[in-house]
Structures are given as C-alpha cells and as structure tokens.
Design a protein around this ligand. Structure first.
Ligand code: SOE
Length: 382
C-alpha cells in the first residue's frame, strides 16, 4: 500500500542540512514509518550551492528565500538546519503558516527567543521537535530505560562534559560560513549554547530539571579577524564553560565544555551515580554503556561494558545483525523515525520546543552566573 507523502523543506545546506537530509533519505529503508518522507525543497542563500546540494541529496526543488519556502502550500514540514540566528524567525513564521516545525539545537540564541518560538508553536498547535540527537544514541536510550526502571535508586551525582579542540589557534577567524559558531551575534553564545546544551538536554531528560547553577566561563582568545568585515574584532563567545548544578531531585551536577581541550575532537561523556547503580557513557565509544550494580553477587561485582548492538537494545533491531555497530548519523535517522511515527499518532515525542526552552533557561542561567559569581536560579519552562 502506498504511504501518504510528507513533503519536507529543509532550511540550511551546511553540516546539519546534511545530517537531516541523510536522516529523511534513509529512514524508510530501515524503519516502517507511516509516511513516505519526500525531500521536496532545500533552501539556502546561495543558488549554486543550493543546486549542488539538491543534486547530491535528490531534492525536488530549490529555494533561496526561506519566506518563499514557508509560504509554499506543498510543504508539510519545515526543518531548520541553518545557523542559530535564523531559528526564531523561521520557526515562528513556519508555525504561523501551520507547518510542523523541526529545529536544530539550540532552539533559540537565548531563552527569550525560545519562549517566543514556543508561544508561536503552541498558539498554532503545530507538531514540533528540536534535534538534540544524542538522546537517540541506543546506549543513551538504554540508560534512560534503566533509570526509568528504578535500577539506580536515588541519584546523587550527574557528571557531564563535552570537550573539543578546534578553536585553539589564535589565527582562526570568526564569523561567516563554517565559523559562525565563533560569532556571538549569530550563535548566541559559545560552548555553553553549542556543547553544554547537549549535555543539559540529556541531563534534564535523564535526571529531571535543574534548579540552580554556579558557573565560570572564559574567552581565551579575546580578538579574532571577522570573516565578514575583514576586521579584527572582539570575540563575544565563551571558549570554555564549567558549572555546578543542583537538580530538583536533590542530586548534584558537574558540567564542563570547552573547545580548548587539545586532543579531544568530540568527547561527550556522562556519568550518573545512584544509590544502587552507576552508569557511564562516552560518545567516542558510543555503542557501549558502562553499568555497575552494587546488588550483583559480591565476587562478580564490577563494571559491565555492555555492547549495545543486540536486537533487544533500543533501535538496534532495525539495523544489522547483533554485534555490528552503528554511529553518529543513525541518531538523526532514529529521530526522524520517531518524529514520523509520532506525527501519525498525533503525539510527536520530545525533545519538544518546550524541552528546548528548558535547556535554554539553564544556558542563560549559566552565562548569568558566570558574570555574577553567584548561584543563579534556573527559569521554569512549565
Ligand atoms: C560543534 O563543533 C558541533 O558540531 C556542535 O554544533 C554539534 O551540535 C555537536 O553535536 C558536535 O559539535
């Protein structure tokens, strides 16, 4: 039986445009999704680049103005994969046009922008989702299941870090294509909104809301050439950000992100210590979950390194045979699958725009706390 077609228009042909396009291309080959996702239009400012992207990914059409894309009656879903400074404007217009809206993380450059996006989506009643893709790493989802089953008991500690090293050179310019993450006006913040946002989203999902934070941030290279103006300009982003947190459930959090950890390209790790068991996960070894359970028989008690490749592990029955691994891009395929199934059932799963706002409240509080040198309360999205 032919499935109903769902026409997708993606804004942005950079790194994230590729991950999202790949997800919608591959999802029907591996998951029994209720729609046939159609790559209807790719939208980007540069016509030649948009056309090249269209060829590579098999889009039906090209737009260079996102307003035209949002206005098209033949588009069902607007998927925003462009730099952070475009998220609010496009998401709000797309919601007002009655489209389902997907948005790359972080939702807004700050909580104020995210609040406006949430309000527009709620007013229009449109399905929405933020691409916090690491929730859909099978090992991280298994961690969620183990916590949900109560295996950890009361949680005492949540620890997460996201370490990179790609901005250490003082000669690296800021701004423009590929380097907009260094431009505060476009990105909103540095590692707090880019990397810690991932850690915070997963943390809230696994361990509940964060109540208050104390933080330090640093900008190690104070001035860089700006690619768009050609001038040496002050750097407005945080290069490193570390914060302590109190979760609403009484546990303590310890978070760190930096782009100055030489040797680390994308080391996202998290550890949770409960009264009965502990969990460790590491993005560089993403198909493993480390699990320690104190209730195991004493002489065999120790860390188990679970290889998350079996058919009864989350998402894995859709891929290869037990023992064979998947990777980063599959997390986006999983999110596309969950979105399409949820859309058909009228219940799109998180992270919703409201979840995106919850994370932005924490990142705002972290940046405020770094300035005030005091503990700051986190805004409540509810
Ligand atoms: C930054 O280098 C970056 O690409 C982030 O923007 C992504 O969200 C993260 O998943 C990997 O690192």
């Amino acid at each position: 039986m032919n499935k109903p077609r769902l026409n997708i228009g993606i804004v942005g042909y950079g790194f994230m445009g590729r991950t999202h396009s790949n997800a919608f291309r591959r999802v029907p080959n591996f998951f029994d999704v209720p729609y046939e996702p159609v790559l209807k239009a790719i939208c980007g400012r540069n016509q030649a680049r948009a056309e090249a992207f269209q060829q590579t990914w098999g889009y039906e059409s090209v737009e260079t103005d996102w307003r035209k894309l949002v206005g098209r009656r033949d588009i069902d879903v607007i998927d925003i994969a462009s730099p952070n400074d475009t998220h609010a404007e496009v998401a709000i217009a797309a919601a007002q046009a009655g489209k389902a809206v997907l948005c790359e993380k972080p939702l807004g450059r700050n909580a104020a922008e995210s609040k406006a996006i949430v309000a527009a989506a709620e007013k229009a009643g449109v399905p929405n989702m933020v691409w916090y893709n690491y929730r859909r790493v099978p090992a991280v989802r298994l961690a969620k299941e183990l916590i949900g089953e109560g295996r950890l008991g009361r949680v005492f500690h949540y620890r997460a870090k996201f370490l990179q090293d790609w901005t250490i050179s003082k000669d690296l310019p800021q701004g423009g294509e590929a380097l907009w993450r260094l431009d505060a006006a476009v990105a909103g913040s540095g590692v707090t909104g880019d990397l810690l946002a991932h850690c915070i989203d997963t943390a809230i999902w696994l361990n509940g809301f964060i109540d208050s934070v104390a933080a330090v941030t640093e900008t190690f290279i104070k001035e860089r050439k700006h690619n768009l103006t050609g001038k040496i300009q002050e750097v407005g982003i945080d290069d490193a950000s570390t914060f302590l947190a109190r979760f609403a459930n009484g546990s303590l959090g310890n978070f760190e992100a930096t782009r100055y950890a030489l040797g680390h390209k994308a080391l996202y790790t998290l550890e949770i210590n409960g009264e009965n068991a502990s969990i460790i996960w590491d993005l560089e070894d993403l198909h493993r979950l480390q699990y320690f359970d104190y209730r195991d028989e004493g002489k065999l008690r120790g860390w188990r390194s679970i290889h998350i490749t079996d058919g009864d592990h989350p998402y894995m029955k859709h891929w290869w045979v037990p023992g064979l691994q998947i990777g980063y891009e599959h997390t986006f395929v999983h999110q596309a699958a969950d979105f399409l199934c949820g859309l058909a059932e009228g219940n799109v799963p998180g992270p919703s725009f409201l979840d995106g706002l919850a994370t932005d409240y924490v990142t705002d509080a972290v940046l405020t706390a770094a300035k005030s040198s005091a503990w700051e309360k986190v805004g409540n999205p509810q």
